[in-house]
Design a protein around this ligand. Structure first.
Ligand code: PPS
Length: 293
C-alpha cells in the first residue's frame, strides 16, 4: 500500500473527520430526513453493522429474502460517507430511496443534520466500552486503506484518549446522546447488553420501532444476527468491499465480535493510565458502561 488513498483528517465544528467528508459536508448538513426514517448512530466500531442488521431484520420480520436483497451499505446508507470525488456518497444513495430509510451515522449528536430532530425521527444509539472500541478501531484502521495510517498501537491508544481519531472524542460522543436520550426519540443500547442477552435487546429495539414480533420471529432474528451468522452472510459482512479498500491480509471486518478482547491488547500500565483518564472524563456523566460481561 503506497498510502495514496489513505485519508487525512480535517474538522467540522472542531470534530476531526476524514477530509473527503469535510469537503462535501454541506450536502450532509442540509439533508432532509422524513419522519419515518430511522437513524442508527454510533461511535466507529461500536457495533453499528450488528445494530443495522438487527433493525433491518426487525423491519422485515426476519424475512431473509428481503434482508439479503443487498449489502449493508446499500440497504442502509452511511449518510456522511463519500468517495474522494464526491460521486459515491451516502447522500446520493439516500436521495433515490423512498422513506422509511434506515440510515447509518457516526456523527456526534451536535453534527446530526437538524432535519432528523425537526422530523422527530427515531434514533438508535449503540455504545460499546471504549477499550474494546479502540482495539476494534485500531485493527479496522490497519485494514481500511481509506482510513488514516494507524501507526503503532501505543500511539494509537494515545490518539484515542486525546480524541484525535476520526469522529473525535469517544467520551463526548457517548455523553452527547446519553444526555439527550430522554428529550429526543433516542433508544440507547449497549454492545455488552446485546451480547449478554440478545433476545431482550432485540425485543426492546422492535418495541421501540413499534413492532410486536412473536417469540419465534425474535429467536430467528437473534439466530441470524449472531457474530458467526453475520460473518457467513455476504450481505452483512462487507465482503463486497474490494481488497483495494479493505486489506484483508491485515485484519478482518468481522474480526472477533467479543466483549473483553481489550485484555489481549492493553498492557497493565496502559490499562492503569486509561482507567484513571476514563474516570476523570466520565465523572460528569456516569453511563453504565461495562468492560466485561
Ligand atoms: S463500523 O466500521 O464503525 O461501522 O464498525 P461497527 O460495525 O460499528 O463495528 C465492528 C465491530 O462489531 C463487531 N460485530 C459484531 N459483534 C458481535 N456480534 C455481531 N453480530 C457483530 N457484527 C459485527 C465486529 O466484529 C467489530 O468488532 P471487533 O471487536 O473488531 O471484532
Amino acid at each position: 500500500m503506497d498510502g495514496k488513498t489513505r485519508s487525512t483528517l480535517s474538522q467540522v465544528q472542531g470534530v476531526p473527520l476524514p477530509e473527503r467528508i469535510v469537503k462535501y459536508w454541506a450536502r450532509v448538513e442540509k439533508f432532509q430526513a422524513s419522519k419515518e426514517d430511522v437513524l442508527i448512530a454510533t461511535y466507529p466500531k461500536a457495533g453499528t453493522t450488528w445494530t443495522q442488521e438487527v433493525v433491518d431484520q426487525i423491519l422485515n420480520e426476519g424475512d431473509l429474502e428481503k434482508t439479503k436483497r443487498a449489502p449493508t451499505q446499500v440497504r442502509m446508507p452511511f449518510i456522511e460517507m463519500t468517495s474522494a470525488d464526491g460521486e459515491n456518497a451516502g447522500i446520493t444513495k439516500l436521495e433515490v430511496m423512498d422513506p422509511p430509510r434506515v440510515i447509518k451515522t457516526h456523527l456526534p449528536i451536535q453534527l446530526v443534520p437538524q432535519s432528523f430532530w425537526e422530523a422527530g425521527c427515531k434514533v438508535i444509539y449503540m455504545a460499546r466500552n471504549p477499550k474494546d472500541t479502540v482495539v476494534s478501531y485500531y485493527h479496522f484502521d490497519r485494514m481500511n486503506l481509506y482510513q488514516p495510517e494507524p501507526g503503532p498501537w501505543q500511539e494509537y491508544l494515545e490518539k484515542f484518549m486525546t480524541c484525535q481519531l476520526g469522529w473525535g472524542s469517544w467520551y463526548d460522543h457517548v455523553k452527547g446522546y446519553w444526555r439527550e436520550r430522554n428529550n429526543k426519540a433516542i433508544l440507547y443500547i449497549f454492545f455488552e447488553d446485546m451480547k449478554e442477552d440478545p433476545v431482550r435487546e432485540v425485543t426492546r429495539i422492535a418495541e421501540f420501532l413499534g413492532l410486536q414480533l412473536s417469540k419465534c420471529t425474535i429467536d430467528h432474528i437473534v439466530k441470524m444476527t449472531t457474530f458467526s451468522a453475520m460473518r457467513e452472510n455476504p450481505m452483512a459482512n462487507y465482503s463486497t468491499v474490494p481488497d483495494t479498500i479493505f486489506d484483508r491480509t491485515a485484519s478482518e471486518f468481522m474480526r472477533k465480535g467479543e466483549v473483553g478482547d481489550w485484555k489481549n491488547h492493553f498492557s497493565a500500565q496502559e490499562d492503569a493510565v486509561f482507567e484513571d483518564h476514563y474516570h476523570k472524563l466520565m465523572a460528569d456523566c456516569p453511563i453504565p458502561i461495562r468492560f466485561t460481561i
